[in-house]
Design a protein around this ligand. Sequence first.
Ligand SMILES: O=C(CO)COP(=O)(O)O
Length: 260
Amino acid sequence: MATRRPVIAANWKMAGSQQLGEEVLEKFKLLPSSSAEVVICPPSVYLDSLQQQLSKHSSELVNHRISLGAQNMSHQEFGAYTGETSGAMLKEFGCSYVIIGHSERRRMYGESSDIVADKFIMAQKMGLTPILCVGESLAAREANRTFEVLNGELNAVLDKVGIMAFDNALIAYEPLWAIGTGKSATPEQAQEVHAFIRQRLTEISPFVGEKIRILYGGSVKPSNAADLFTRPDVDGGLVGGASLNASDFVNLCRIASESE
Ligand SMILES: O=C(CO)COP(=O)(O)O
């Protein structure tokens, strides 16, 4: 089996502060080293200060791999799109990653799978690595439609970008019923879906399927992380609530590093 370096990504959503960035980096300085890749996705207005904080503390963070990411971006390149942020702007402010197709954006802001695919394409065009979120609702799970929903969400992107585009992407499996509910998927449920996603990609390209990192998201916290992250197809986490607590978040990175 390929060794895939774990990734822990923080999705602050519309929360956090400049102060939180400072607190998180201070906690990382106390952790001797971590092998997991860490991605912090604050609201875009905080990217500038976080980028500066990262560079200020860089000499004390050499044993960590911390990158910046955004939570969303426009599928357009530039122009008259009030309120939007382009991939080029995110790049200018130090982002390497961007979350694409989070269920909160799909549900609350009407992002169709088609738009999600266009954002994926634009992210890569701008040199950003997309973190593509997929996941089923509780109703879909209860109706045994989990794999059908995931297939639909994956196919919408695969059909437009092709399998090789996934060579430079992460996938986050985030069941909607586990997001912000305190009720995580069980490690068995997560593993089952992650294996399904990997298999789906492996059928088209064994190289991509084996290599791609699939993160689990939905009520990840220090108490359930080790059980999730040690499953063979779970390559880390996309963390909401627990990423707003600096100690918990750094703890999650330590747990992910130890589960490699
Ligand atoms: O949506 C999520 C991360 O993108 C998960 O959020 P919670 O960790 O708060 O459940």
